[in-house]
Design a binder for this molecule. Structure first.
Ligand code: SAM
Length: 324
């Protein structure tokens, strides 16, 4: 029996019309939100794959890293004992897409700060992909720090430094502290609809404005944490251009020392809504609920400032103590 028919709401139709040129894309996009598809479970290997691993793995995409597997729909990786032993982290494939930009950075990256880190998926991806000497995982919302610490600890990222700070405080205390800054920004969360979750108000203008402004505030702080020649990755899990392409355009105008980095392996995912190298994963491509991302590089030079080690030591949350 097919899914019961649901009518798209007016705001959803309006959004689909803004996002796509063709009727086909609009209809497929709305269908994915009204009748959420079941996406292949995806895992990020945080430890070497054990020999007993025998799950059916789907063919990888050209840009997919070797330490990520998309599994057959019937597999329930979260229930497997290897999960509790910290061999892998379960995440939506859209999250892999959003952070896969890091694989196109040619330099070795020694220091990273993930400004919006909980529950820890992008931090763990970065830890595995780049093996930075210093990984700072910051989560401003205190009650979300516990799950962040628990995931880092379970997956063995014991060398990560967890912080619970407002990004503005980090700028004040230790500016230009990282070669790479991640801003996986809080957003209106429209893609949660494609996971079957209710997201009241996610199309409302007030919600979009509030989130876009919050993202601008976080990015303005993030810009001051990036070292000369360093990188800033901005991503969201929402579809609204107000929070994505328009925030990027605002950022580039406000911080001309940053230039966007085109990523040829992702050219098929170029956002149709801008000339800038912004990339999107759509929910009706059967890969994941949806993501937006742009990578930026800081081009100007200034004096290297020492990292404020005293501040980090005083404010670092100790992994074992927090998870008791
Ligand atoms: N990067 C995470 C991951 O991959 O697991 C998901 C991050 S989630 C999309 C956004 C996070 O930003 C949330 O944990 C939220 O608590 C945090 N956040 C909310 N307001 C913030 C703010 N003003 N500054 C920084 N982070 C904020």
């Amino acid at each position: 029996m097919g899914a019961p028919s649901k009518e798209p709401s007016k705001p959803l139709v309006k959004l689909a019309n803004r996002l796509f040129d063709t009727e086909r894309d609009r209809a497929d996009f709305m269908q994915a939100l009204l009748h959420p598809p079941v996406f292949a479970p995806t895992i990020l290997w945080t430890q070497p794959k054990p020999p007993e691993f025998s799950w059916e793995v789907l063919p990888p995409l050209p840009w997919q890293p070797a330490f990520v597997d998309r599994l057959a729909h019937t597999v329930r990786p979260g229930q497997h004992p290897l999960h509790d032993k910290g061999y892998f982290y379960c995440l939506d494939f859209s999250s892999v897409f959003a952070v896969s930009a890091l694989l196109s950075i040619p330099e070795a990256i020694e220091s990273v700060i993930d400004l919006c880190a909980a529950p820890g998926g992008k931090s763990l991806f970065t830890w595995v992909a780049l093996k930075p000497k210093r990984l700072l995982c910051n989560e401003v919302v205190r009650k979300r720090v516990r799950i962040l610490i628990s995931n880092l600890k379970r997956c063995g990222a014991m060398d990560a430094i967890v912080l619970n700070q407002d990004p503005a405080v980090l700028v004040e205390q230790t500016p230009n502290c990282a070669q790479l800054v991640l801003v996986d920004a809080p957003c209106s969360g429209q893609s949660l609809l494609a996971k079957g979750q209710a997201v009241p108000g996610c199309f409302h203008k007030v919600t979009l404005n509030r989130n876009a402004n919050r993202q601008k505030r976080i990015l303005a702080n993030a810009a001051q944490l990036v070292q000369s020649s360093g990188y800033l990755l901005y991503s969201t899990c929402t579809y609204a251009p107000e929070e994505n392409e328009q925030v990027c355009a605002w950022f580039l105008k406000k911080f001309p020392q940053f230039v966007p980095v085109p990523m040829s392996p992702l050219s098929l995912h170029q956002s149709p809504l801008t000339e800038l190298p912004c990339y999107r994963l759509w929910p009706h491509t059967d890969l994941g609920a949806g993501a937006f991302m742009m990578l930026l590089k800081r081009q100007d030079r200034d004096e290297v400032q020492p990292v404020n080690e005293v501040f980090l030591t005083q404010h670092q949350l100790v992994l074992y103590a927090e998870t008791r």
